[in-house]
Design a protein around this ligand. Structure first.
Ligand SMILES: Nc1nc2c(ncn2[C@@H]2O[C@H](COP(=O)(O)OP(=O)(O)OP(=O)(O)O)[C@@H](O)[C@H]2O)c(=O)[nH]1
Ligand SMILES: [Mg+2]
Length: 194
């Protein structure tokens, strides 16, 4: 499925811009620069489908991508970008909240965490928002090519403990790298199982 047609649908800055709710959606949510847009490119095997940047705060709108006319991958703006203005932060939070509350076809949100940094307070705030919006979510630790296996084991354990305090459902924590492809096939399988 991921090798079939894949197109960018729209970059939405308001709920009215968002596509009609007629396909299941899987959303990627997380702090700025954790690798959400890169993940969409890796999953679809495209280099520049979603815009990736070394500069945090690159994705400021909600970008919708459609795969094989069957599924949408949704790239949410990154939160917690230190240099963003107060107005930008408020606008971004409103947009994410509106998305999470209104998309009845949202099947799962992947909460992306940079494996080098682990879960931060702002991620916990987002988990609470996800819980309130009754959105099921699963954590992905990215950039595992940057850390040692022993550290990965530790961070998975710590992350599971933290999530346990906030999540009612217990989902497996995934680990990925777009640099060496680790975990990408497993993630595709995970998406298709939804
Ligand atoms: N080493 C390594 N770098 C990665 C990985 N995934 C993403 N990156 C790098 O992380 C940086 C940020 O990636 P993006 O995909 O733009 O991150 P984002 O979460 O979409 O960021 P915002 O749009 O600002 O929220 C880029 O320089 C990517 O090349 C990975 O698995 N390993
Ligand atoms: Mg992005």
């Amino acid at each position: 499925m991921f090798t079939k047609t894949c197109n960018f649908v729209i970059g939405a800055t308001t709920t009215t811009d968002m596509p009609t709710i007629n396909l299941p959606e899987v959303a990627f949510i997380g702090r700025s620069n954790v690798g959400k847009s890169s993940m969409i490119n890796a999953l679809t095997g495209r280099k520049n489908l979603a815009r990736v940047s070394n500069t945090p705060g690159r994705t400021q709108q909600i970008n919708f991508f459609e795969i094989d006319h069957k599924l949408r991958l949704v790239d949410l703006p990154g939160y917690g970008y230190a240099k963003a203005s107060k107005e930008q932060i408020i606008a971004c939070n409103i947009l994410i909240n509106e998305y999470l509350k209104n998309r009845t076809m949202l099947r799962l949100a992947y909460m992306i965490i940079d494996s080098r940094r682990g879960i931060k307070d702002i991620d916990i705030d987002m988990m609470i928002i996800l819980n309130e919006a009754m959105v099921t979510y699963q954590v992905i630790l990215t950039k595992v090519d940057k850390i040692k296996l022993s550290y990965l084991e530790r961070i998975i354990e710590e992350t599971a403990l933290t999530i346990g305090g906030y999540s009612t459902t217990c989902q497996e924590i995934l680990a990925t790298s777009i640099k060496n492809g680790f975990g990408i096939a497993a993630l595709r399988k995970n998406i298709l199982s939804i």
